[in-house]
Every structure is written in C-alpha cells, then in structure tokens.
Write a protein that binds this ligand. Structure first.
Ligand SMILES: [Zn+2]
Ligand SMILES: [Zn+2]
Ligand SMILES: [Zn+2]
Length: 93
C-alpha cells in the first residue's frame, strides 16, 4: 500500500522496508527479492540468502576490520590490505 505525502512520494519496498526516491529505483531494487539473495548490505551491497547472514556480515562494517573480502569473507582493517588479499584470488592460470 502506498501512502502519498504532500510533496515527495516515498517508494517503500514491501519486502524489506527500504526507501527509494523514485519508482524506478524501487523496481530495480525489487529484483533482488525475486533472486536467491534478497538481503542486501547497505554498506557494500553484498547480498545474502538469509537475514541472519546479513546481520552477521554487517557486524564486520562496525568492527575494527570493516573491509571484507567478497570471495572468502576474510576481513581487513585497511582497504589496501584487502586489495593485496584480493590479488591472491585473481591469480589467473
Ligand atoms: Zn527490498
Ligand atoms: Zn557489507
Ligand atoms: Zn578472500
């Protein structure tokens, strides 16, 4: 159900309650709920299948090691450390 305020209309996702300034943003966002990973991290936009996994992941952003590898979930305190680590995943050949 959409409630229109005087002025700016809010577009709220009925699956996760997230707010969007335009309908097209909301429509694009809603696609993630039809996939297998409906829960998205607000910080790094990584997606998760279960809310508990997202909540566990979100703690990494508030900890001393907020930079998390998207491949193996190892976390680092500095982006350059993460970059160095990420290089180990991209060894082609
Ligand atoms: Zn949503
Ligand atoms: Zn994240
Ligand atoms: Zn890694």
């Amino acid at each position: 159900m959409e409630h229109l305020h005087s002025g700016e209309a809010k577009h709220v996702c009925d699956s996760c309650g997230k707010n969007f300034s335009s309908k097209s943003n909301l429509t694009a966002h809603k696609k993630i709920h039809s996939g297998e990973r409906p829960f998205e991290c607000n910080v790094c936009h990584k997606r998760f299948r279960q809310k508990a996994h997202l909540q566990k992941h979100e703690t990494t952003h508030s900890s001393a090691t907020p930079y998390q590898c998207t491949v193996c979930d190892k976390a680092f305190g500095h982006p350059s450390n993460l970059n160095t680590h990420m290089a180990t995943h991209s060894t082609v050949r």
